[in-house]
Design a protein around this ligand. Structure first.
Ligand code: ADP
Length: 447
């Protein structure tokens, strides 16, 4: 029996350990921190007879293992990983481990800087309509190991695959790899954009000529990947015709294959707001089409997909005022996308904790789009200053989300939109963006 060491006691590590146990390995899990979350996660292990330690890594035992499985949260430069290297213990990531345990499953992997969760969920939703033996998750929702425990050997696995997960793949070979876009966020773990791109590009690393790449034709760096990958490239575009794939022309979506163009559907089938979401939907159409999902099923999937919570989520219309929760927006770019998604006057609630963001570009959109800006959190003043520099002085600063919503309600008239799209992280006032979004919804629903 092979001995496997699982490093990291978050959900990925916990379920990798359980999967390993189920596959017949002797398993030990190590987690060096100890807090409420760890204790909660560790309790999931009960009943699986997995040995573990928390609050420390016992380095002297590392050499006893045949290989290690790392949670995506474990940095490659950390002491435990260096120790594994020193002792020549091979290691792989949780995604790779799960992938190896279900070799017949066709994986659709989705990566990029923005839109991963939305696109992953939509592709998962469509494939599930097509074939019930489909699982959806990865970096979004449930780790692949957990999905495989719930449904062993699915026909399709639709997996949001983050750069952290791609750092530790070896043989991970998606049948379809979808690459959405590259934006300069996530540079906290990588020193240069080139390093970030080269890690993300590993999604294609093990693909062969019989696999597929779905590339955003509107992102030059992404579309150019076709020159350096083995898999067959399909494209999607919201701006121009593509060599092969799906594109938008006016209000119609066209499919182009082997130089034959055909009308796929009207853009009105898409319920999600915003051109960025049209782009995500086109990516999902291409991926599903490649996997031979009939057009009618793809269209049904798009028509019935409501989008994810906290991403331009419509909470309620009250006296003609639409309240929208866009708590997932933690960067100025996301808030720009949100502003561009509405034609009506917007009362924007923004601000939060800083990710060293630069709000200058965001502020250039205020004059055209924003009726009133309501700021809160650590970055309130900074966003206000950026607004003033753009000649927009129509803002107030409040001390709580509750007061922000109250103010917005007072100001808003029939036909306006109250949009909470913070452009910032949430950690100054909330546990995470979900907590912020749920709080917003609660306040709005009590109005
Ligand atoms: P991710 O999982 O990559 O963070 P999400 O689907 O959760 O992506 O979307 C997060 C935010 O990113 C959205 O609220 C939106 O502002 C922005 N976004 C989504 N899709 C795109 C896109 N295709 N291009 C640019 N920005 C996007």
């Amino acid at each position: 029996m092979e001995n496997v060491l699982v490093v990291g006691g978050r959900r990925s590590g916990i379920y990798a350990a359980i999967l390993a146990k189920k596959l017949g390995y002797s398993v030990f899990l190590t987690e060096n921190s100890i807090n409420e979350e760890v204790l909660k996660n560790i309790s999931i292990l009960k009943g699986y007879a997995v040995d573990y330690e928390i609050g420390k890594h016992s380095f002297d035992i590392v050499k006893n293992f045949d290989f290690a499985v790392l949670s995506p949260g474990v940095p490659l430069g950390s002491e435990i990983v260096l120790d594994l290297e020193k002792n020549a213990v091979p290691f792989i990531g949780e995604t790779e481990f799960a992938y190896r345990s279900s070799p017949a499953t066709q994986v659709v992997a989705i990566t990029g800087s923005n839109g991963k969760s939305t696109t992953t969920s939509l592709i998962g939703h469509i494939l599930k309509l097509f074939d019930d033996k489909t699982v959806t998750g990865g970096n979004l929702g449930n780790p692949y190991s957990e999905l495989l425990l719930e449904m062993p050997n699915p026909h399709f696995a639709v997996l949001e695959t983050s750069c952290f997960q791609l750092e530790t793949i070896r043989s991970y070979q998606p049948k379809v790899a979808v690459f959405l876009n590259i934006m300069e966020n996530h540079l906290d773990r990588y020193s240069t954009i080139d390093e970030y791109v080269s890690i993300k590009k590993r999604i294609f690393e093990n693909q062969s000529e019989s696999d597929f790449a779905v590339l955003n034709f509107d992102d030059r760096v992404v579309s150019d990947f076709s020159k350096s990958i083995k898999s067959k490239a399909y494209y999607y575009s919201i701006f121009s015709e593509v060599p092969q794939g799906v594109y938008l022309e006016g209000d119609k979506i066209y499919l182009k294959e082997d130089d034959l163009k055909s009308l796929f559907a009207e853009i009105s089938i898409i319920r999600l707001r915003g051109l960025h979401n049209v782009s995500n939907v086109l990516a999902a159409i291409v991926a599903s089409h490649i996997l031979s999902v009939p057009n009618e099923i793809i269209i049904e999937g798009i028509k019935t997909f409501e989008g994810l919570p906290h991403r331009l989520e419509e909470v309620r219309t009250l006296e003609g005022v639409l309240f929208v929760n866009d708590s997932k927006s933690t960067t100025p770019d996301s808030t720009i996308k949100a502003l561009e998604s509405f034609d009506s006057p917007i009362i924007l609630i923004a601000g939060g904790s800083s990710k060293n963001n630069d709000f200058r570009n965001l502020a250039t959109h205020f004059n055209a789009k924003v009726k009133k800006l309501i700021l809160l959190g650590k970055t309130a003043r900074q966003i206000g200053d950026a607004a003033v520099r753009e000649g927009f002085g129509n803002f107030i600063i409040v001390d709580s989300l509750e007061n922000a919503v109250k103010k917005a309600r007072e100001i808003a008239c029939n036909g306006d939109v109250v949009l909470m799209s913070p452009a910032c992280a949430s950690f100054d006032m909330f546990n995470d963006f979900e907590h912020r979004g749920e709080t917003f919804k609660e306040i709005v629903n009590k109005l």
